[in-house]
Design a protein around this ligand. Structure first.
Ligand SMILES: [Zn+2]
Length: 281
């Protein structure tokens, strides 16, 4: 509905600047706009000869601006459609922060620094870990909407959807390339996907592609950080597929723990630092 209103106002301003609303003032022989009074022509000299050239009056400039804004709104709307499958997520915005959502200010800092971070050599992602309903997905949506408002495209998806898409996908390479190249990839509810070896391979491929191309991602997960660290230190053969994936995630994402008591957060940070040290970072 918002878009329709914009189109109406553009047509209104186009009527205003149509030919019949212009007139010659006669003072210097150039046409002027009857609405804003500004000249519609200018006289200039080249090698002693005089020429008349068209210029845009204030109403035309305003119309140009409105058309630009409309085009921008359409483009962002298209980007938002490509980012989210659910329109309800369009409204998840930092502007709707009531101050109660945990860690939102930190995630907001991340969004605000994203463009600057991307100019550096090692852009980092986030691993938002915590219980159900702690606001992790909301925070990740807010980042996407913030970036989309700054003309940076994102994809918000999850592995259950990715695996389902792949079953019906005719062009796998294009599908994977899109996940690989988007400036920000959000993988919501990581760990909820079924754990077949095909699923593990797909998860590893998507995550590894992001890490190798130094493109950031945000993962939200109910898997507690202590489970990440347990798996990383595990020698059990059944932990090997997850270990490979978790190791890639933590090499490119900074953990943000939701709903944890301070002690747990401190332990997680300590473990993270220990892990970073073991990587020689
Ligand atoms: Zn005018």
């Amino acid at each position: 509905m918002e878009d329709m209103k914009d189109i109406g106002s553009i047509f209104d301003s186009m009527r205003i600047v149509s030919g019949e609303d212009t007139e010659d003032t006669g003072s210097n022989g150039v046409r002027h706009c009857r609405v804003c009074g500004e000249p519609l022509e200018t006289i200039f000299e080249v090698s002693g000869r005089k020429f008349k050239g068209a210029i845009r009056c204030a109403c035309m400039r305003e119309r140009d601006h409105e058309a630009y804004q409309y085009e921008l709104a359409c483009r962002r709307n298209e980007m938002r459609k490509k980012c989210f499958r659910n329109k309800q997520l369009y409204a998840y915005n930092f502007k709707n922060d009531n101050g109660k959502a945990e860690k939102l200010s930190k995630v907001r800092n991340y969004a605000e620094q994203f463009e600057e971070m991307m100019k550096g050599k090692d852009p980092y992602g986030l691993l938002l870990s915590g219980g159900v309903g702690s606001g992790k997905s909301f925070a990740a949506c807010c980042v996407c909407n913030y970036l989309l408002d700054h003309d940076i495209s994102c994809i918000f998806t999850d592995f259950t959807k990715i695996l389902s898409d792949l079953q019906n996908c005719e062009d796998l390479e294009t599908y994977f390339r899109r996940l690989k190249n988007t400036p920000l990839l959000v993988l919501d509810d990581f760990g909820a996907q079924r754990g077949t070896s095909y699923a593990d391979e797909t998860v590893f491929r998507v995550i590894n592609d992001r890490i190798e191309t130094k493109k950031p991602m945000i993962l939200t997960t109910n898997i507690p950080m202590k489970e990440f660290y347990r798996v990383l230190e595990s020698d059990n053969s059944e932990d090997i597929p997850a270990k490979r994936i978790y190791s890639r995630i933590l090499s490119g994402c900074i953990p943000v723990v939701y709903n944890g008591p301070d002690l747990r957060r401190l332990v997680a940070e300590e473990n993270r630092n220990r892990f970073a040290e073991s990587l020689g970072l």
